[in-house]
Every structure is written in C-alpha cells, then in structure tokens.
Design a protein around this ligand. Structure first.
Ligand code: SF4
Length: 430
C-alpha cells in the first residue's frame, strides 16, 4: 500500500506524524505523494480558525486530485469537530488525539494488504530504526495533553489531560534513535514543562538529568517550555548537562501583565525576564525564541506599546508572532473588546519587525564564535547548538559533527576548523 502523511501545526504533531509513518513503514507500506497514495493521513491542528480552514481545503484538494484515496483524519481538528470532517470527501475515518498513538494498529483489516496485516513490525530491510530515512534529527514526544487552560487555547479540550511517558520508556526510545545513528534528538511535548506531573514519570528536571547521561556524541534539543515551568532548577541542570543544546523556546505571549492575566498565563513579565537572564548568565550565546500574540481581546494601544517596549529590551533571538483570531470553544473567544482585524494585522507586523531586528542582532553577535555543529542536507550546511544554520566553507559528511567558526552575519558561513578529520558514522538508510 502506498501512503502519504500530511501534517499541520506544531512540533508535537510532526512527532506524532513521524510515529504514524514509522508504523506504516514497519508494515511494509511505501511512501508516495498524495496524488498516488492509497491511504492519506491528514494530521490536523486547530489552534486557529485559519488552521481548520487549511485542513478542510487540503482534504478537498487531495480528494479532487486522487479520487481513489482513502483519507484518515486525526489531530486537534479531528478531535474537536469529528462530525464535520466525516462529511468531507474521501474521509473514511476520523481518529481523535486520544487514539492517535494506535491509529495504524486500529486501521481495519480492509485498509491493509495481507502482507501489511501480518507483518511482524520489521521493515523491508528488517529492524528499521526510529524516525525516517533522510532526517538527521529525531523528534521524540515524551508527553501529551495539557491542564493549563490558557484562555486562547483549545488544546486542553482536544488533547485531554497531561500524560507523560515513563523515564525508562523515554530512555529506551533514545537508545533506539542513537543506535540508528541519530545524533540530534528533539524532546517535545504538548506541555513539556509539566512532564511527570501526572505521576510516576519523574519531572522535567529528572528528565534533563537523564539526558545528561548520554555520551558526548548526542545532543538534545528541548521543545517549547512554558515560562512558569522554566525553573532555576531546570535551567541549571540543562545548562550544566553538556548534552542539552543552548536553544530555548519560551513562549512569552504578551509583554504586559494585565494581558497575561486575561490569557490565564501564570507568570509575570518580570518572572519571564528573570528566566531569560538566568539562561544567558549560565549559557552566554544561547538562542532564546519566544511566541507572542498580537491583538488579544481587550488589548489597548497602551498595552500593546508597553508590550513592544518590553520585548524590544529582552535579549531574544527570534519572535514567532501570532495574530489573534477567535478559536470557538475557548474563553478568549467570549471576551469583550475584540481588536479589529486590520489593527491585529498592523500590530502583528510591528511585532514581526521587532523580531526581525532581534534575529539580525543575534546573528551579528555570533560572528567570530566557534561551535560544534551537525552537518545536514547534502553536506553543505550544518546546524549549531544555538540554532544557527550555516553554509559550510567546505562540504562534509552528512550527520557528522564539525567544528566551525561563524562568519558573515548576512549569509551565515561556517568556516570548517577541523578540516582533514572527517568522521564516518552509521546512519539509518532504509
Ligand atoms: S500551556 Fe496553555 S498554550 Fe500551552 S497547550 Fe496548555 S493551554 Fe495551550
């Protein structure tokens, strides 16, 4: 059977899609484009109305271009509005987030060929490693669900309560990834900072301690950590681990405390700043990215300007700007004082301008610094721990570590410092 997986939304969804693909491959299915695939899995996001619309349009387009395709829809939109999706052309199943992990196992026998049905789980080459061929970073989801209930977010309704994978299970997954040749592992969760709070799995700090025990050959990147979960303990353990990349994603969402309160975000701007400063004190040169929302209901011009002033002063490396749009079913969608959409766009533009300035400054400050970087693509580019993608001064072996000095702030180049010492490693190739 030929399959395609189409993914919308966040890193967690991408990690879920990777697991779905892995399960399909293990059953002998073959990847194909959506126009040729017999089975298409659409993994949806429902963070905004625009995300829903994108999924609807994609499903219709796949059905038009490939009338034989059987479409299985999963993800947050599928969990929130299964009836609506069942009515779309070629959709044969809608699978909620709670059943996403067993989506492939639960496919009815008629959806699979005989070989796929009776496969023992090994791929055509036997003993397929985790993830998919051709990628240098392995994304590992260690947690799903959220109980925080930020007022703009639908996720607690679509993903359910927080559930963490036990530490020993996470360690086993890392073993598999490392054995298959992965040297960068991205640790994600819907609410990663709450890891272990559902009992038994430990805590984010203990998870970081476990990551620190891996050999020098492997680096871990932590997914998004909410500011209230980015405690001094987590920062200190991660920065001293030697294994966790100096790359942080701390969603700020707004730079004004009253707006944070209306968003039900349980931290203040001062606490956020403290976390950022703590990271940079222990790990100078670390990359810190932030999400911010433009035009949250009730946001006044004075609040917006105050937020911009705060963000301007924060030593961030990038901003991910989200123009607010109502998400039916959320508390925020019922709040008064909606900001007109033209003004939301204008504010988003202003925040993006600030973000671009921050990225430029961060890159400029990195010129002259030296890093160990992982070679990606066709061997001509590499990624540093602090999230810089540099074009190499000379090609190297893909998935190899290389030492580089950063040059040229506009188009970042990595001058290779350990020329003549190429290292070969095994990479999962089938
Ligand atoms: S922490 Fe807030 S924004 Fe993040 S998933 Fe939970 S409710 Fe949504």
């Amino acid at each position: 059977m030929r399959y395609a997986v189409v993914t919308f939304g966040c890193r967690v969804n991408h990690a879920d899609s990777l697991a779905i693909e892995e399960a399909l491959l293990a059953r002998g299915a073959e990847p194909a484009g959506t126009a040729q695939a017999e089975l298409v899995v659409v993994n949806t996001c429902s963070v905004t109305a625009a995300a829903d619309q994108g999924a609807r349009q994609t499903i219709r387009r796949i059905a038009r271009g490939n009338p034989q395709a059987r479409i299985v829809v999963t993800g947050c939109f599928a969990t929130r509005a299964p009836r609506e999706l069942e009515g779309l052309p070629n959709v044969v199943r809608v699978v909620s987030n709670l059943k996403k992990d067993t989506l492939v196992d639960d496919l009815p026998a008629e959806e699979l060929t005989t070989a796929e049905r009776f496969s023992d789980g090994d791929g055509p080459c036997g003993g397929r490693g985790p993830g998919l061929a051709g990628r240098t970073a392995f994304t590992l989801r260690v947690q799903t669900g959220c109980e925080q209930r930020c007022t703009y977010c639908i996720i607690p309704s679509t993903r359910g309560p927080g559930r963490s994978r036990p530490l020993d299970e996470v360690a086993r997954e890392i073993h598999r990834a490392v054995a298959a040749g992965y040297r960068e592992i991205v640790i994600t969760g819907v609410h990663l900072g709450s890891y272990g709070r559902d009992g038994g799995a430990g805590s984010l700090a203990r998870l970081v301690d476990m990551l620190a025990m891996w050999p020098d050959d492997v680096v871990f990147r932590l997914g998004s950590i909410e500011p209230m979960d980015c405690t001094a303990e987590v920062i200190e353990r991660a920065t001293s681990s030697g294994r966790v990349a100096p790359h942080w994603h701390l969603p700020l969402q707004h730079g004004f405390d009253d707006v944070l309160r209306r968003m039900a975000r349980p931290y203040t701007v001062a606490q956020y700043r403290q976390a950022v400063e703590h990271i940079l004190a222990l790990s100078p040169g670390a990359f810190i990215g932030a999400d911010v929302v433009a035009g949250f209901p009730g946001e006044t011009e004075a609040e917006f300007q105050a937020s911009c002033a705060v963000i301007e002063r924060l030593p961030l490396g990038a901003l991910h700007v989200f123009p607010y749009s109502d998400r039916p079913g959320t508390v925020a969608s019922t709040l008064p004082g909606k900001v007109p959409s033209a003004l939301v766009r204008e504010r988003a533009l202003e925040l993006r301008r600030i973000g671009e300035g921050k990225t430029r400054s961060f890159r400029a400050a990195q010129v002259g610094t030296q890093h160990r970087a992982l070679v990606i693509d066709d061997g001509t580019r590499a990624v540093t721990g602090n999230h810089l993608t540099v074009r190499l001064s000379e090609p190297r072996v893909r998935n190899d570590w290389v030492h580089v000095r950063v040059e040229g702030a506009e188009a970042l180049t990595g001058r290779v410092l350990d020329a003549g010492r190429p290292q070969r490693i095994n990479v999962a190739t089938c």
